[in-house]
Design a binder for this molecule. Structure first.
Ligand code: ADP
Length: 621
């Protein structure tokens, strides 16, 4: 049954009650009406007849008196006028006997009337006035009185009956009234209760469905709406159940896939031998691998304060890399092994080198950071060995190289005897190579000293202009030869900087030399110095060939040279420059675009130790 039919059916009891009340009301009214009519038909008719009979009797009596008085004609006429109607009224009364005792009373009237009638016939036909008078008083007058008395008795009988019946009718109608009120009340209450109950029954599935929807909304996907039947709500419930089923299936499958994906990603990071820490966008630790648990003693259960479990040095590194990546600066790549941090464990501790990469969300924004602490203990040892070896070799080269240079110089100058022009050319070439070799050996020794922290900086206030000019001067000839414009820009208010002047000049000179070397004719090299908050920033900008992004990260490594970039040094210049800048407590970097040019920059802290204590050990590495 459809919902519409059910709701209509629910109204049926009320309608039925109304119908019942209507029928009872019509019936009652009918009964009261009939009772009234009965009174009219039964008694009122008789009352009327009796009244008329009395009137006719009296007229007949006066007609008889006319005859007695000698007014024969008038008397006969009047009597004729009333005889028949009286007879007719009496017949009506005889046909309308309704009350007990009425039959006898009517028979009495009939008898009296017959006597009167018979007496009248004799009286009227009497010729003599004397006999008429006697007949009137002896027969007619008593018959008249008898008939009138019988008529009045009948009249009273019917009037009494009317009063009695109307009283009964009134009582009955009062009873009916009460009955009607009760019937209306019962029908209304009954109909209303039945209608409400039926409506509730019809709408109960709606509340079942709405409860199921609410539970589903609260996440209970196992909920179902149990509604039987074939109506629209049952259909809706079936559709709802199908939807909940599909949702549950989807959640089961997506949850399964999610768990699988999580397990496999956990397995893959666990398989890495190096510690991995995954940070959320708020900076809390979301996940770690087994190596991180073992090496760093870091557990995810620590929540937002998880980093408090690890040693301060490692924590500082993790926080720095996390800030870099979550700050939207892209992946974090270490500049060299010197960034490795030492943790206890194993033989002589481990050296861990941090790398960070962003985790991107669906919208492309950074939603987390992964930090990998690469175990570089062995590599670092190799690096140290290499540095030691290079330093030793460079050191060992120095003395023989000096005597070699001296010998070549003496030979070239003819001190050891005359030489031919050809021999002189060869010796000059050898001397030039020796000079280059000497330069490389000096660079290597410098670098190894810087790296080992054995260099003491002589920091003092120096004229910015003097430093910039001193850095440019040695390259003016080369720049002119190559057709490259050299210039400097110095921000006002920066007359002095605090640095080791020789070292600062070396850094700038290296950068200018590179810039001139890698800029073609018509290009420009500008050296700038300006203040930037608490730092002084130097820039060497050129309009040269630029450096491809894949080389930019490695350019500060020792011996690293961009492949195919033409002749130059041994790839040590930028490493030395960076070491010197870092020894000053500064930073170095570059921005470059192939074909457009490069800008190498470095910053130095603005104020250093007070004057007179320029070479404070604080600046040693
Ligand atoms: P080198 O002494 O061999 O120049 P550097 O460490 O100074 O070594 O430089 C490393 C490499 O960086 C060079 O081989 C060169 O290819 C590249 N390079 C340095 N400066 C620039 C520059 N201004 N423009 C283009 N390439 C440069």
């Amino acid at each position: 049954m459809s919902l519409r039919a059910k709701l209509l059916l629910a109204q049926a009891p009320l309608a039925l009650a109304l119908l019942l009340v209507g029928v009872v009301a019509v019936n009652t009214l009918g009964r009261v009406g009939h009772a009234g009519q009965d009174i009219l038909a039964d008694n009122y008719r008789s009352v009327l007849a009796m009244q008329r009979i009395i009137e006719h009797l009296e007229r007949l009596d006066s007609a008889s008196l006319f005859l007695v008085a000698g007014e024969r004609q008038r008397g006969l006429e009047q009597a004729r006028e009333h005889l028949r109607p009286l007879e007719a009224e009496l017949t009506v009364q005889e046909g309308n006997i309704t009350e007990p005792g009425e039959t006898e009373a009517t028979a009495r009237l009939r008898r009296a009337w017959t006597r009167y009638r018979t007496g009248y016939e004799a009286f009227a036909s009497g010729e003599r006035a004397e006999s008429r008078r006697a007949a009137y008083f002896e027969v007619l007058a008593p018959a008249f009185r008898e008939a009138k008395a019988a008529t009045q008795a009948l009249l009273a009988l019917n009037q009494d009956a009317m009063v009695r019946k109307s009283d009964a009718l009134e009582r009955q109608s009062r009873r009916m009234n009460t009955l009607m009120v009760m019937a209306v009340g019962v029908a209304l209450v009954g109909g209303l209760l039945a209608s409400v109950s039926l409506t509730q029954r019809a709408l109960r599935p709606v509340s079942v469905l709405s409860q199921a929807v609410r539970r589903l909304g609260q996440g209970d996907l196992a909920t179902r709406a149990v509604v039987r039947g074939q109506d629209e709500i049952a259909q809706l419930a079936r559709d709802f159940n199908a939807m909940a089923e599909a949702l549950q299936r989807y959640r089961r499958s997506s949850l399964g896939e999610l768990l699988q994906a999580q397990a496999s990603s956990q397995a893959s990071i666990d398989s890495l031998p190096d510690p991995v820490v995954v940070f959320g966008v708020e900076g809390g630790v979301l996940n770690v691998n087994r190596a991180a648990e073992e090496v760093l003693r870091l557990l995810v259960e620590g929540g937002s304060g998880a980093l408090g479990q690890v040693v301060p040095e490692v924590r500082e590194v993790l926080e720095r890399v996390r800030a870099h990546v979550l700050g939207g600066k892209g992946p974090y790549l270490p500049r060299g092994y010197e960034e490795a941090v030492r943790v206890e464990g194993g033989e002589g501790g481990r050296w861990l080198l941090p790398r960070g990469s962003p985790v991107y969300g669906e919208g492309g924004g950074v939603v987390g950071a992964t930090v990998l602490l690469q175990d570089v203990t062995r590599l670092r040892r190799f690096d140290e060995l290499k540095n030691d070896l290079v330093a030793t070799v460079a050191h060992e080269f120095r003395t023989p190289l000096t005597s070699l240079r001296m010998a070549i110089h003496l030979c070239a100058e003819g001190v050891a005897g005359p030489i031919t022009e050809k021999q002189a050319d060869l010796l000059y070439a050898a001397r030039e190579d020796c000079e280059r070799l000497q330069g490389i050996v000096d660079d290597l020794l410098d670098l190894s000293r810087l790296q080992s922290g054995r260099v003491e900086l002589e920091v003092r206030p120096v004229s910015t202009e003097a430093v910039l000019e001193a850095a440019l001067a040695p390259h003016r000839v080369a720049a002119e030869e190559r057709g490259v414009r050299l210039s400097r820009e110095q921000a006002p208010g920066l007359e002095r900087v605090e640095a080791d002047p020789d070292r600062l000049q070396l850094v700038l000179s290296n950068l200018v030399a590179n810039a001139v070397r890698h800029t073609s004719r018509g290009g420009e090299v500008v050296v700038r110095a300006r203040q930037e908050e608490e730092r002084v920033r130097f820039e060497v900008a050129d309009t040269g060939e630029g450096i491809a992004p894949e080389h930019q990260q490695r350019i500060f490594e020792k011996f690293y040279r961009v492949p195919g970039a033409g002749t130059g040094g041994a790839g040590l210049g930028l490493s030395i420059a960076q070491e010197i800048v870092q020894a000053h407590g500064g930073e170095m970097g570059l921005s470059s675009e192939p074909g457009v040019g490069s800008t190498f920059w470095f910053t130095l802290p603005r104020t250093r130790a007070p004057e007179g204590d320029a070479s404070a050990p604080a600046f040693e590495r």
